[in-house]
Structures are given as structure tokens and as C-alpha cells.
Design a protein around this ligand. Structure first.
Ligand code: EPZ
Length: 421
């Protein structure tokens, strides 16, 4: 469904107040897929009730899951896998559906998953997931746009990722947990979401050594069981509100966050002039400064600066006093927000993987188009400080990953409204 968001912006806006950070979308999706590895119940706490979570739950239900949600807790159980297919409709709606491939193969010896096509932020192949599963003994072919995978029991293998892949690491960790024998995974992603998944797998009975490191050893077990597990706070949601405060010279307190996961983002924000204070282990207070300092940013895998914060930082740098160069190294087409920011009056030149942002440019409200989740978040930030009315078309992307964003921003003093057509 198409959605539109209206914002009445104002360069004088000062966002102020408290915002509670939700659970991480990118941690809950693999945790839900992990439920396929056991017939027992998995209980997840701090689950963000965002669209992507409901999309993967629809998929789980088709496969035979029963689930219930109470507040932000999810109980999920798949006693028997009745259907091992992820349809094109679901994979197209959410590429992370690919995370069912490893668990399905490991528990059922069979999986049929639509091959994700291109996407708004780049080509995003899944070859590394497939090569890894093949090394574990799976026979994989592509027919009619679907990955057809079959295996007897998977066998442990030594797999080195050619490049860091969050989803690939997660898929293979899940597969290796139920494989026969030991797997050695090299060049694993270090993202907190990967660690959060490992912690769940260990609670389920998996034998994993080297959690949080590039080399992980997994001793496969015959069976995994139920677990209760808490999803980590969403570091990208937190980062988005940190930027919102820096951008509006505001003062926002983030609660239920994990400052340790935000190191690269906090470092950049401090350099740009914002004051960030850690109030206690889960609370941060950020105060924006009147002058924003320009700076160069290069996205890279964790613990580097996250690609999922690139669009939001681009907006911040459009208000910095000078020129910044933003380099996107993870995805090949993740600059779609820039054409829209130009419509608001930003001065940005894109060439290859670099965006040269010249600040400071006043922004004025306009009709703009959202293309993906983080692009949408950046357009909202821009709309807040643009003079007058901004309408963000196709804003449904936002619902995929930001729990209650309109409500949260309104409580901080923004004028933002979802238009019902
Ligand atoms: C995860 O995507 C996140 N999604 C993305 O979040 C995030 O942008 C990305 O990691 C990078 O941090 C989820 O966790 C659900 P990758 P993922 O595999 O796992 C290439 C958001 O807005 N690659 O780490 O799909 C790939 O093309 C999103 O919340 C291969 O070449 O990302 C990319 O260039 C969007 N072959 C790089 O690796 C493969 O088999 C990193 O991708 C797999 C990946």
C-alpha cells in the first residue's frame, strides 16, 4: 500500500524530550528464522512491532508456525515444518526472507526460496550464502527463479567468506548449528546482530566458540531446543534520533539503548559538534550545537560506520559549514535519497561511490519520494528542518523498520502526520 507523510518543517525546530529505543529489526529477523531449527518454543522479548517482523511471521506461519504476540514479546513454535517454500511475493517484500534457507536445510533437508532480485540499494547477491551451504553438502540449483536446495544431514565444513556478509554469516551459523561435525567460519561479520543471534543459538543448545570474532567454530548438535531471548536495542534507530537531535540543535535523551554499539556513530557526531553524554549504561543524552562541522565518512562493516546511517548523515552534513565527502562502500546504489534532497535545496554531487556534500544550504519543503527504509528516514530528517510543507510519497518503507516513528517524533516536538488517502 502506498503511504504519504506530511511534515511541516522549520529551521528553528529544536527537538526535545525522551525517546525509548525499540528492539533491533535486524536482530529479530534472524532470531525468528532460528525458530525453524527446533520443534520447541522460542520466546523473544523486546521485539519491535514493525512491518518486516510481520512479513517474516507470515512466512513462518505458512511453514507451520504458531505464534502469539503480547506487547513486545513474541512466542513462536514450529512443531513440524509443513511447507519449505518462501514465495517470490514474500522475498520481494523482504529480502531477509533468505534467512530461512540455512535453518530449513538444516532441519528439513530441503528448502525452496525465491532468489531475491535487485533492490533499491544495489545488486545484493547471495552467492556467499549458497557457496557456504554447498560446502556443507547441499545440492543447490536455480529453477524458475527459485533456489532449490536439498541435503541429507548437512556436514560441518571450513568456510571463508570472501567478503563480510551479515546475512551470510547468520545463515551459515544457523545451518552449522545442526550440521554433523565441526564448522569453521572465517571472516565472519562482527555486527552486534550476529552476536545476538549466536547468543540465542547457544541458549538453544548450539556449541559455538569465538562469538564476536572473525573466526567462529561451531560443533553441530543433533537437536536444538527452546529458549527465552532478548533482542538488542536497535542501533540504527538510535543513530537516527541522535542525528535528529544534532540536526535541530535539540536535546534528546535516548533510553533503552546500547551506547557500546554506537561507538562509530557517536564519534562522528561528537566530531561534528554535538555533545553526547552517557547518563547511565542504557541512556544517552545528545545536545546539538549551533555550528555543525563538516567531515568525511566512509561506510564499512562493523565496527566501522554503518551503511544504514549513511543517508541520515548526508542530511546532517548538508547543514555543516563546509564540504564533506561521503563514501559508500557496502552497496552500489545507495544514494537514491540524494536526488530527493536536491529537490529540497541541498547541494550534493554524486560520482561513483562518493557524494560530495556542500553545506550549509537552507532547505525548503517539497514533494519527495522515498525509495528504501533508511532513505525514508533521511528524508524525514530533512523535512523537519526544511521551511514549510514536505510530503514524502511512498513512505511505507518506514514502517518496515522504525517502530512508532511519527509518534516518537511528535513527542519530541515535530509536526509529522501520516496522510490517509
Ligand atoms: C544486512 O543486510 C542488513 N539487513 C542491512 O540492513 C544492512 O544494510 C547490511 O546488512 C549491511 O550492514 C539485515 O540484517 C536484515 P550483507 P545483508 O550480506 O545481510 C555483498 C536496513 O536498512 N554480498 O552484509 O543483506 C552485498 O551485496 C538494511 O535495515 C555478496 O556479494 O547485507 C553487500 O555489498 C538494508 N554476496 C555486502 O556483501 C553475498 O552472498 C554486504 O551485504 C552476500 C552479500
Amino acid at each position: 500500500m502506498m503511504a504519504r507523510i506530511k511534515i511541516i518543517g522549520n529551521p528553528e525546530l529544536r527537538l526535545q524530550g525522551k525517546v525509548r529505543i525499540s528492539g533491533a529489526k535486524n536482530a529479530v529477523l534472524p532470531a525468528i528464522a532460528a525458530a525453524l531449527l527446533t520443534k520447541d518454543k522460542i520466546k523473544l522479548k523486546n521485539v519491535p512491532l514493525v512491518k518486516d517482523v510481520f512479513t517474516i511471521l507470515t512466512l513462518m506461519k505458512e511453514m507451520g508456525a504458531e505464534y502469539s504476540i503480547r506487547k513486545n514479546s513474541l512466542s513462536l513454535q514450529i512443531k513440524n515444518i509443513l511447507f519449505e517454500e518462501a514465495s517470490y511475493e514474500l522475498v520481494r517484500a523482504m529480502r531477509a526472507s533468505i534467512l530461512v534457507l540455512g535453518p530449513l536445510l538444516a532441519r528439513r533437508g530441503k528448502a525452496i526460496v525465491a532468489l531475491p532480485g535487485g533492490c533499491a540499494i544495489g545488486s545484493r547477491p547471495i552467492d556467499l550464502h549458497i557457496h557456504g551451504l554447498e560446502k556443507m553438502g547441499a545440492k543447490i540449483s536455480l529453477e524458475h527463479g527459485y533456489i532449490q536446495a536439498e541435503a541429507g544431514r548437512l556436514v560441518g565444513a571450513e568456510i571463508e567468506f570472501e567478503k563480510k556478509t551479515v546475512g551470510g554469516t547468520e545463515n551459515l551459523l544457523m545451518a552449522a548449528s545442526l550440521a554433523k561435525g565441526e564448522s569453521i567460519l572465517k571472516n565472519c561479520s562482527l555486527e552486534p546482530e550476529v552476536i545476538n543471534l549466536c547468543e540465542l543459538l547457544v541458549k538453544m543448545g548450539a556449541k559455538i566458540d569465538g562469538i564476536g570474532e572473525e573466526l567462529i567454530r561451531v560443533k553441530g548438535v543433533n537437536e536444538l531446543g527452546g529458549a527465552i531471548h532478548e533482542i538488542i536495542p536497535d542501533r540504527i534507530e538510535a543513530g537516527t534520533y541522535l542525528v535528529a537531535s544534532a540536526l535541530t540543535q535539540g536535546q534528546i535523551t535516548l533510553t533503552r539503548t546500547q551506547p557500546f554499539h554506537l561507538t562509530a556513530i557517536i564519534e562522528k557526531l561528537r566530531f561534528s559538534g554535538a555533545e553526547i553524554e552517557q547518563v547511565n549504561s542504557h541512556t544517552l543524552r545528545v545536545t546539538g550545537s549551533r555550528k555543525i562541522k563538516p567531515q568525511d565518512i566512509t561506510t564499512s562493516p562493523y565496527p566501522g560506520f554503518p551503511t544504514d546511517m549513511q543517508a541520515q548523515f548526508t542530511v546532517l552534513m548538508s547543514q555543516a559549514e563546509g564540504t564533506s565527502i561521503i563514501t559508500e562502500t557496502i552497496f552500489d546504489r545507495r544514494f537514491s535519497h540524494i536526488n530527493e534532497l536536491l529537490r529540497l535545496g541541498a547541494n550534493i554531487d554524486v560520482s561513483g561511490d562518493k557524494a560530495v556534500v556542500k553545506g550549509k544550504t537552507p532547505l525548503s519543503g517539497a514533494q519527495i519520494l522515498a525509495t528504501d527504509l533508511r532513505a525514508s528516514a533521511s528524508l524525514i530528517l530533512a523535512g523537519l528542518i526544511a521551511r514549510g510543507e514536505t510530503i514524502i510519497n511512498e513512505s511505507q518503507h518506514l514502517e518496515r523498520g522504525y517502530e512508532g516513528i511519527e509518534m516518537k517524533l511528535r513527542s519530541l516536538g515535530a509536526y509529522i502526520e501520516v496522510l490517509k488517502d
